[in-house]
Design a binder for this molecule. Structure first.
Ligand SMILES: *[C@@H]1O[C@H](CO)[C@@H](O)[C@H](O)[C@H]1NC(C)=O
Length: 229
């Protein structure tokens, strides 16, 4: 054990002679904190060199442990690599879970519900339900695509090419168009965005251009875009 003074007091050394505990501790103000640390290390726990365990520290931690590290008394792995679980990391995460520590849920938009995803990276084994993007099936399809695994292109005249991520219906139609795929002109007498505007009643037969709302034709004796001149 040695002590060294720098900007902070740095103490590095080995405690508890027969069991190696490597420690170093940066003392800022509190000697008490150091004493407590030393007592904790020597008193209630004892350690072996990394990768070893047992009363005499002569057993090797299982190679299945993450970084080959285990608890010095029990030999239980300290942590497992992603996708693995159990005291010796010898099991996959339980069904429906994945990741480091098996603490993440598979997406409920995996094709087969949350039952099947890769235990390591969470990729859904059987692809995604309609509207969700592989491999994780967490995000919705990018704009312009829809359906199972997002493999279908939006069809029709959808505004900005965007459609419902699951079924492909247009989110919105451009001016003058209507229908689930925006393939139809506004019904007669209507025009504009969402076909919400009524043609001027002064147009011949009440008909106007589906986008601009200009009269298609005027009754005898009238002229102008709204036939009111
Ligand atoms: C979706 O992707 C999965 C995984 O690649 C594949 O097994 C499945 O057949 C796909 N489904 C469709 C309908 O394309």
């Amino acid at each position: 054990m040695f002590l060294r003074l720098s900007s902070n007091l740095v103490i590095t050394g080995t405690l508890c002679s027969n069991r190696l505990i490597h420690w170093n501790y940066f003392l800022h103000n509190s000697m008490l904190a150091f004493v407590l640390l030393a007592l904790t290390l020597c008193g209630t726990t004892h350690g072996c060199e990394e990768g070893l365990y047992g009363p005499d520290c002569d057993k090797t931690c299982s190679a299945t442990c993450e970084f080959g590290r285990c608890h010095s008394s029990t030999g239980r792995c300290r942590s497992c690599p992603p996708g693995r679980d159990g005291s010796q990391c010898n099991r996959d995460c339980k069904t429906g879970m994945f990741g480091h520590g098996c603490d993440k849920y598979c997406s409920r938009y995996c094709w087969s519900g949350s039952e099947a995803c890769d235990p390591v990276d969470g990729a859904c084994v059987n692809g995604c339900k309609a509207g969700y993007l592989p491999p994780l099936c967490v995000d919705t399809c990018p704009p312009g695509r829809y359906g199972i695994n997002c493999t279908s292109d939006c069809i029709g005249n959808c505004l900005d090419g965007k459609c419902d991520h699951a079924y492909g219906y247009c989110d919105k139609c451009p001016e003058g168009k209507t229908g689930t795929r925006c393939l139809d002109d506004c019904p007669s007498g209507k025009y504009g965005m969402d076909c919400a505007e009524g043609c001027p009643p002064s147009c011949l037969n009440g008909l106007c251009h589906p986008i601009t709302g200009q009269c298609e034709a005027c009754p005898e004796g009238f002229k102008g875009i709204s036939c009111n001149e």
